[in-house]
Write a protein that binds this ligand. Sequence first.
Ligand code: ZN
Ligand code: ZN
Length: 340
Amino acid sequence: MRQSPSREPSSSHAPLALRGGAESEESAAASRASGVKRSCDHVQEAESILGAMDWPSDTESDASYDEATGHGKVVLDADHALNALRPEIRKFVFEKFREWEESARFTVPPEFRLPSPKRHRRSSKKPRASEDLEASEVSDDYLIIPQNDGYFRIACPFSVSDPGAYKSCMVQYDLKTIEDVIRHVQYHHRIPPYCPRCNAIFSRASVRDDHLKTRTCTVRSPKVIPGLSWNQVDRITDFDDARAGDRARWMRIWEICFPSEQPSSPLYLSSGVGRLVSLCRGFWAAHGFEYIMQVAERLGAEKVESWVEEGAIDALTNSALQDLLENIFQEWDMNEFRRA
Ligand SMILES: [Zn+2]
Ligand SMILES: [Zn+2]
């Protein structure tokens, strides 16, 4: 697999735009060649339904969106041989996470953070101790050693509003900054193109328009399609003030999304299962790649080099993070069930 300039162990992704719903030829070829695929492939249909392909081309690049939120990460094809290692990895890293979690110190991020410039990419073989360091802590000359293991992640307002319906926001997207939240809600929570006659949802507006022209569908009673209107999407950007603190900025987003509701939990994923998700992401940034390599070397020593070269190890690392998060949710749900 061609080495993309943006690979890193915990958040590698194909450096491509999702716009138009089509992979770039280069990345599509790379994916085919390596037997790995972007995680969005299996949710391609859902993405389409969300109307992702209608996003105007003059908005922020999808590449920066992908980088910030983990969209488009490379994951293993379902039939890739490395999947055989996943049950072993899942067990191993879950135990490691439980050990690590006991002493991990996470904090709420500083209220006022400098906008994070694009981080310098690292070699996929050298994970940084903490991915959570932000621009405010890095000067040109030296690095200030953080007093904690990471920052709590920020909640998607939709998952605060309805945690059950929007669990995937926590599992699939790593929202570290308000900018991440803004991009996430604008991209993933817009009302998709739909037919006002029959309420059908379409992958893109042009397909909906073609459907409308036929006027052959059955008229049904109007249905509320959940999501943000274009007006709301625009207001989120218009009303954002980067000089305000995170809390004030998040509340502005909330008020635009849910004008008649109050949030039932704080903006940071700092308690309950959200806290575990924050910790898990910090743990993964610090140790995920290392543990994956340990298991891979133990179980398939002679093939590890080729797996690294073809990018399959990165894909396995991303798939294993999803497995770990699923484990965390399962255990949490089980404990909730016992408590009830
Ligand atoms: Zn969300
Ligand atoms: Zn229709």
